[in-house]
Design a protein. Structure first.
Ligand SMILES: Nc1ncnc2c1ncn2[C@@H]1O[C@H](COP(=O)(O)OP(=O)(O)OP(=O)(O)O)[C@@H](O)[C@H]1O
Ligand SMILES: [Mg+2]
Lengths: 281, 269
């Protein structure tokens, strides 16, 4: 090859690298902007009082969002407890018996569910839960969020389990292990990491959802731990504070947003560290 | 269909010395959906001997031995016809789980359980079946199986390490130990050394010869030299048919069938 040709190739190589670098920067810019803006605006309102107090009435300064932080935690946790087992169970079924009629129906419904706008899920939950119960409740909020997390968990479980090599199942089967035990003791544990990351993805996805909570958990200016009563949550207070006419409340909304992002970020980081440690055994 | 000489001798009772037969295949055929892969095979396996199954790629060796521990029926479309007698009892009338406990298997590619330690891998058959044993008995089984698989000395200080961090040859010996821990009567080996280097291969071959004292071994190989080195009897399979089944020495020195001879001289590769 002639020198000129080689130089041309090297040049092209540099060019390609530059383009990729530029694209990466473009992708990262919005993220950095959002984070930066949140930190600049939110940091001022965050202090110990902010995360250890409940809101003060209009007109008074100060007040915090402890009830919203705990409320979010309770609502999300309840949603996960109720729906993650369903999602994992369904995912196992769909991947193990992928050709049955039930699996096909399940897959189709999950796809439809995943594409359903969250506001619709909120209204649906309002109709089947809030109306019969006669009041807003954290539980109905958990149901709405659970319905949103279900397809994410189910699909990631299915995708993960499908990738578990056949040889592994055969190894267990050849040892005289019954089928159901092969699935529960070999296939699922081998896919645990993928399943867990699906749960995590789902959690972060629903932790910012506002629409499904508007007609369900509704919000509550006081501290409440009763899941049968209305409860506050971070996205709800952000929504209420941000759309209010009071400057003081706008600041609170920024603070709450930053807290929400930090929590989501924290969960992700913790999970990453946990999993990398488990792997390195 | 022509039956092998050994089989005739055993079945017709015209043997000079009575052979101790553990496993007998009678008119065994195996199918994938409509296509017949293994064709009407009659074969008697001697107890505490090494029997090798040899033949060109794609002739149905893997399919054949997967019938023997009823793994073939797990494959989509896999069905069998004929009988497989273990101590005279048809395994198709036995519980598949029981069959697989009596007839262990080691696969072509090492497949230790990735989430388990070396220790756990050895007793995986117990763990996965939910059988709880006292610690000292488990320790005993682990040491015993690993020693039989000639792996104990290499791993005894690292039993808590994950099985997948071993070398390929060590992993394969771990898989042999895992199968031995179940105390099977028969051990099926499907080209156990095809993924290994010559040194690891030599180690496993040595091991096979030692093991036959306690377990009957059926080994699939398309390495002719390997069959000659380790086995007492050799079956030659061609296009799903059993062409010849003889004591290894005899088959290698005076093959009766032209196809066997051609295979031995490298005509099919
Ligand atoms: N799951 C399957 N479905 C359909 N046909 C199959 C399947 N597995 C194997 N076969 C066919 O059965 C035949 C025998 O395959 P088998 O794996 O038993 O051969 P083999 O003798 O073990 O070959 P090798 O030495 O390459 O391992 C092949 O022709 C193959 O195409
Ligand atoms: Mg094979």
């Amino acid at each position: 090859m002639s020198d000129v040709l080689i130089k041309k190739r090297i040049l092209k190589d540099h060019l390609a690298k530059l383009i990729i670098l530029a694209i990466s920067i473009i992708v990262v810019v919005p993220l950095v902007l959002i984070l930066g803006y949140l930190i600049i605006n939110g940091l001022a309102s965050i202090n110990l009082d902010f995360i250890t107090n409940i809101p003060k009435p209009v007109g008074e300064t100060g007040g915090g969002i402890l009830n919203a932080i705990l409320g979010s935690g309770i609502i999300i946790l309840t949603a996960l407890i109720l729906f993650v087992p369903l999602g994992i169970g369904g995912g196992i079924y769909v991947s193990e018996f992928s050709d049955t009629l039930l699996s096909r129906i399940l897959r189709l419904s999950i796809d439809v569910l995943q594409g359903t706008p969250s506001i619709v899920i909120g209204i649906f939950t309002w109709v089947i839960c809030v109306v019969p119960m006669g009041r807003f409740s954290a539980l109905s909020g958990s149901l709405a969020l659970g319905v949103m997390v279900l397809p994410i968990v189910l699909k990631s479980t299915e995708e993960t389990l499908k990738l578990i090599p056949m040889e592994l199942r055969e190894a267990a089967t050849a040892l005289g292990v019954p089928y159901y035990r092969v699935v529960l003791k070999v296939v699922v544990p081998a896919g645990l990491k993928g399943i867990a990351s699906g749960v995590l993805l789902g959690t972060t996805r629903i932790s910012g959802e506002t629409a499904p909570l508007l007609f369900t958990a509704f919000g509550n200016p006081y501290m409440s731990f009763n899941i049968l009563k209305p409860m506050s949550s971070l996205p709800l207070v952000i929504y209420v504070y941000a759309t209010s006419p009071y400057d003081e409340w706008h600041k609170l909304a920024w603070g709450a947003s930053l807290i929400l992002i930090l929590l989501v970020f924290g969960i992700n980081m913790a999970a990453r560290i946990f999993f990398s440690r488990r792997d390195g055994r | 269909m022509k039956e092998s000489v050994l089989f005739e001798r055993v079945i017709l009772g015209s043997t000079e010395e009575a052979k101790d037969i553990i496993l007998q295949l009678v008119n065994l055929s195996a199918y994938f959906c409509e296509s017949r892969i293994v064709k009407n095979i009659n074969l008697a396996i001697e107890k505490n001997k090494v029997t090798s199954i040899m033949g060109p790629s794609g002739c149905g060796k893997t399919t054949l031995i997967r019938c023997i521990n009823r793994m073939h029926e797990m494959s989509p479309g896999g069905t069998t016809k004929g009988e497989i007698l273990l101590y005279g009892k048809d395994i198709n009338n036995m519980n598949a789980i029981e069959v697989r406990k009596k007839i262990g298997m080691v696969f072509q590619r090492p497949n230790p359980f990735p989430t388990m330690t070396i220790y756990e891998n050895v007793i995986a058959g117990f763990i996965l079946n939910g059988i709880r044993l006292p610690k000292n008995i488990m320790d005993e089984i682990v040491e015993d199986s690993l020693s039989k698989a000639a792996l104990w000395d290499e791993v005894k200080h690292n039993l808590g390490k994950r099985g997948i961090y071993l070398s390929g040859g060590q992993q394969q010996r771990l898989c042999i130990a895992r199968a031995l821990a179940m105390k099977p009567d028969v051990l099926l080996l499907d080209e156990p050394t095809s993924a290994l280097d010559p040194k690891a291969t030599a180690k496993i071959e040595e091991l096979i010869v030692q093991l036959k004292e306690s377990v009957t071994i059926l080994i699939v190989t398309h390495n002719i030299a390997q069959a000659a080195r380790v086995s007492d009897n050799t079956a030659f399979l061609y296009l799903g048919e059993l062409v010849e089944y003889e004591p290894t020495k005899k088959l290698f020195t005076i093959p009766r069938d032209k196809r066997t001879e051609e295979y031995l001289t490298g005509k099919y590769g």
